[in-house]
Design a protein around this ligand. Structure first.
Ligand code: IVH
Length: 697
């Protein structure tokens, strides 16, 4: 639709408008609209935005400002007059009972003060009550329940019509398939919410993809939104989506029923949804009279956003009274009674200065983008993994390109795209090496794989990476034995392989600068401690290809002695949970290599146990033999979910406090059970956070 020249022209226009968005005036009105239309096309149609969301918002706001001041200049086809299209043809379409509008955005306390001022003017009140909750960063959905049954789930689509994705929505465990709305006199209800994938599930999912040599998904938001549109519902289920619901857009009462009091306020609706078994932001929301409390809450929530298990990109401020909401009404784009407070952007543009090639512990060659350092969400980003050659091609990256970079929470930064439109002709292609950048051996690529490998297992880079991995937190967890020290010891010739970790010459190291008695003692203690690590950590630490933490647990739990795996046939290995032909082949390959067996025997002689001490670890049941009871309101988990989690890990639930109880997990307003438990010495009283830690162990 836009040719290269037009694209370049519109990009230049964009850059000039963005220099001073507040100064854009009526003269630039048509340019501004054209620029916005262009970016909507890039975003919604091509799925290939050229500017950050924040920049788009700035321009959109400028247009709104000008049109508000000059209503006579507003045109029917102005970008402010419609919601952009975002439909696919893969699913039947579903018309929303009430159009799914967007939210207006704010970025600082002045914007919020402004919102409050307008809200007071509109309502004629001197002070307004607001309800504030997180702005979940996922894919939005709308749900219809009829006669207490979930009958339809749909994506937002263009706001009027979305994709009908009922089967996929039913895979989301946090959405009840039926809920007792009739108790509230409600026959039919349309609810809005957000589908998310939590950071941990996202990390694990990506870890699996990487283990399988596939490119990881970009961020939890894309993963959640994309998953909703997958045709294979079993795959949707595997990705463990979650959903928060936060708005009731439509209610049809049962004949003769009165509107329930719960619907008088937004906070009441959230509570009703929570009581009906939905995950609404019941715990996270807060109600404030006046805007100051709202501002403080938004600012303080921003500080702790990374502590949440899922991504949020801001807060949403809603007028609490639904009567007042109706009075204030909406524009074609957003309700006037709500506004999003967006956290600091985690996207930025930078320049791709170089691509370096790193050798991993399995010999994989990973291209790493070196970009002009740029702060994103409080962290300076200068290095970004590009995973494999295909990604460089897919993203059409050239040295010298302007690139859009995103860093979502705990998620590693990634390059969203290059902006080919801004090229000047001086950019250089990225050339993938033919030989290993460390040992110069020729590189190989297996058929169907995207990753090039150095197959020299003596390659110094691989040897070092294997030791770093062995000592890493999720493997043997040897504190102080990180990247820098492993390299130092290796380069000094004191460390050449994994068993060498247990034979280090501390006398020599003690003479080095920076290695005082205390740090040596700590290092020795950490190495010693690692001898006691459960077998699955050792298996993971060996760095066998395709063997991640989950597979390591399965393997460790299958044998009584690790070397038993030498005798396992491919069929036997494949009969184990989650192990397919590829993983089985890799495990067999590892255990049929005499060098690996010799290394394991040496580790055993050095005091590491290769036995599966069953109580160390049971595959999915590290709580086996332990009893639990939950009391009070937990800060984030629903009681039933927490109980299910304990049971899933082999824990047993008790109904009362007695000497048989191992753990009492307490939340807010815990009552007599807590008092009783305090009197029994053997009962451990723990918080939800401690419980979650226990699950991880
Ligand atoms: S309320 C009329 N509340 O943010 C009600 N939206 O950028 C409008 N979102 O389209 C929505 N968390 O998909 C609302 N707590 C929350 C939200 C939320 C995330 C999404 C929603 C909306 C988008 C606007």
């Amino acid at each position: 639709m836009y040719n290269a020249n037009e694209t370049r022209h519109l990009q230049q226009e964009t850059a000039s408008l963005l220099k001073a968005p507040d100064a854009i005036g009526t003269k630039q009105l048509e340019d501004l609209r054209n620029v916005l239309r262009f970016h909507e096309y890039r975003y919604y149609i091509l799925n290939d935005p050229l500017i950050a969301d924040f920049e788009y918002d700035q321009l959109f706001k400028a247009l709104e400002r000008i049109e508000a001041a000059h209503p006579e200049l507003r045109t029917a086809d102005s970008p402010t007059q419609r919601v952009a299209k975002g439909l696919t043809r893969d699913f039947p379409s579903a018309t929303h009972l009430v159009p799914m509008l967007s939210l207006d955005n704010s970025y600082n306390s002045d914007d919020l003060l402004d919102f409050d001022r307008k809200a007071r003017e509109l309502s004629g009140l001197s002070e307004i009550e607001y309800c504030v909750e997180p702005k979940f960063d996922g894919g939005s959905i709308s749900l219809i329940y009829e006669n207490d049954m979930l009958v339809r789930g749909a994506t937002r689509g263009d706001g009027v019509e979305g994709d009908e994705i009922t089967t996929n929505v039913k895979q989301i465990r946090s959405l009840p398939l039926s809920a007792g709305f009739s108790k509230y006199g409600i026959e039919q209800v349309e609810i809005r919410g957000e589908v998310l994938i939590n950071k941990e599930n996202f990390r694990q999912f990506n870890e699996k993809l990487i283990e399988q040599g596939q490119a990881p998904l970009a961020n939890p938001r894309n993963a959640a939104a994309g998953t909703l549109r997958i045709k294979d519902s079993a795959e949707v289920s595997r990705r463990k989506l979650e959903a928060f619901v936060y708005h009731i857009s439509y209610v049809n009462l049962l004949p003769g029923a009165q509107s329930p009091d719960a619907l008088d306020t937004h906070a009441g609706s959230l509570k009703m949804l929570w009581d009906l078994g939905f995950r609404s932001p019941q715990k996270e929301k807060q109600v404030f009279k006046g805007i100051q409390g709202v501002i403080d809450y938004c600012l303080s929530f921003e500080q702790t956003r990374d502590d949440l298990p899922y991504e949020i990109d801001g807060m949403v401020i809603k007028v609490n009274s639904t009567e007042l909401q109706d009075k204030m009404g909406m524009t074609t784009h957003h309700p006037r009674w709500a506004i999003a407070y967006k956290f600091k952007a985690r996207q930025a543009t930078s320049i791709l200065q170089n691509v370096e090639f790193q050798v991993g512990r399995t010999g994989s060659i990973t291209p790493v983008a070196k970009i002009q350092p740029v702060p994103i969400g409080g962290v300076t980003v200068s290095s970004i993994s590009l995973f494999n050659e295909d990604i460089i091609k897919e993203k059409d990256l050239m040295i010298g390109d302007t690139v859009l970079v995103e860093r979502a929470g705990d998620v590693i930064p990634y390059i969203v795209k290059s902006m080919a439109e801004l090229r000047t002709g001086s950019e250089k292609p990225v050339v993938f090496p033919g030989t290993c950048p460390v040992c110069s051996s020729r590189l190989f690529k297996e058929e169907g794989e995207a990753v090039w490998r150095c197959i020299n297992i003596e390659c110094p880079a691989q040897v070092v990476e294997r030791m770093i991995h062995f000592a890493s937190k999720d493997a043997m967890d040897i504190r102080g034995f990180g990247d820098a020290n492993v390299r130092k010891f290796y380069e000094a010739g004191l460390l050449k392989d994994i068993p060498g970790i247990y034979q280090l010459d501390f006398e020599t190291i003690g003479t080095w600068e920076g290695f005082g008695k205390k740090s040596i003692d700590n290092l020795k203690a950490a190495i010693d401690h690692s001898r006691q690590q459960p077998l699955h950590r050792l298996v993971f630490g060996l760095g066998i290809r395709f063997v991640g933490e989950t597979t390591a647990k399965t393997l460790a739990n299958t044998v009584t002695h690790l070397l038993d795996l030498k005798e396992f046939t491919l069929e036997q290995l494949q009969s184990l949970e989650d192990i397919g032909p590829k993983v089985a082949g890799s495990v067999q390959h590892f255990f049929s290599n005499p060098q690996n067996i010799a290394m394991l025997e040496q580790l055993e002689q050095l005091g590491l146990s290769l036995r599966n001490n069953k109580k160390d670890f049971v595959s999915s049941g590290n709580l086996e033999g332990l009893t639990f009871l939950f009391t009070g309101t937990l800060p984030t988990l629903k009681r039933s979910d927490a109980e299910a989690m304990a049971e899933a890990k082999g824990g047993k639930l008790l109904s009362g406090v007695s000497a048989k109880l191992n753990y009492l997990v307490v939340g807010e307003d815990a009552g007599s059970k807590l008092e009783k438990a305090k009197k029994i010495n053997t009962v451990k009283i723990i918080s939800e956070a401690e419980f979650l830690k226990l699950l991880e162990e």
